[in-house]
Design a binder for this molecule. Structure first.
Ligand SMILES: [Cu+2]
Length: 157
């Protein structure tokens, strides 16, 4: 029964995360084989001049793709970041050559993982507003998106 319980638990978790996405007034963009689900960013703590953006990217095609660039209305300096363990400390590093989105795969940019970094903010993201951006994929090309801004502590638990 142990294995069965684990399967049920895993299924429940999957359903829960889909429900979360649905509830957060998910916006979803499809272009070509790429699907973008719920781009969001946190309001930064006061006086911070960086912020991070997150989203889910699905590749429904049969060819691997890569997220190679992002832009945002809040700053001209937008970077793609990954988290790496270095001497037992999690550190952000700029992704070299883009974030791979494998054929048939789903990649989630989320806290403590891949994310979009907005550096030297010209205007800080404000909770319950949106700001515009673009994502450029190696094969699929460029798509316009809107980041929904959440409260500063969203996604911390
Ligand atoms: Cu970062």
């Amino acid at each position: 029964m142990k294995l069965l319980n684990q399967v049920i638990f895993a299924t429940a978790l999957t359903l829960a995360s889909f429900a979360d996405i649905a509830q957060s007034h998910a916006h979803e963009i499809k272009f070509g084989n790429i699907e973008i689900i719920h781009p969001w960013a946190r309001q930064s703590p006061a006086r911070a001049d960086v912020a991070a953006g997150f989203l889910i990217i699905k590749n429904n095609g049969t060819e691997d793709d890569k997220l190679i660039k992002a832009t945002a209305s809040i700053t001209p300096n937008v970077q793609l970041h990954a988290m790496k363990m270095e001497n037992d400390v999690m550190k952000m590093t700029e992704v070299d050559g883009g974030i791979p989105i494998p054929a048939g795969g789903t990649v989630e940019l989320k806290p403590m993982s891949y994310h979009i970094m907005f550096v030297d903010l010209k205007s800080a993201p404000v909770a319950n507003t949106q700001f515009a951006g673009t994502l450029t994929f190696e094969k699929a090309g460029t798509v316009d998106i809107e980041f929904e801004v959440t409260e500063p502590d969203a996604g911390m638990n």
